[in-house]
Design a protein around this ligand. Sequence first.
Ligand code: PNS
Length: 166
Amino acid sequence: MTIAVYPGSFDPVTLGHYDIINRTARIMDKVVIGVLQNKSKTPLFSAQERVNMLKEVTAELENVEVRCFDGLLIDFARNCGANVIVRGLRAVTDFEYELQLAQTNRVIAPEIDTLFLNTNLKYSYLSSSIVKEIAGFGGDIHMFLHPQIADKVKAKFAQADACIKG
Ligand code: PNS
């Protein structure tokens, strides 16, 4: 059985992430999306909110599971019984960091390989950070996210604005 872990921050999940999930689900028996609960970053959405959003957009993909993790990715992957870690590569700028991550993980856990999928050209520029920047300035984000996720991002920024204005 081929089990892949697709790890990330997913703050929030974009159409680019979804494309990778969908394609991985077609080639693997099972995909476990690992949402990093990173205490060193301050995410827009809590880990539970990010997990819930991923569950919502992947509800129709029967072999996809969403879990939260903390600590080393390789420990999480082993815990899931995964043989493969999947990462999306958007452009050459991603390559150096991704290769370092993959090489290090391979030294720690030689039994788990990293598989890179090239991001769909349509989403090769897209990142969660850029979406948050646009939303923060009140820009249109509907072309980057599932509609229900776009609504949640807009609501977060509206909430933050309301707090600032008192
Ligand atoms: O979506 P991101 O933020 O690019 O994902 C990065 C992620 C989660 C894959 C990476 O930060 C990670 O694996 N973190 C877990 C900690 C870890 O294992 N670090 C050592 C990797 S060499």
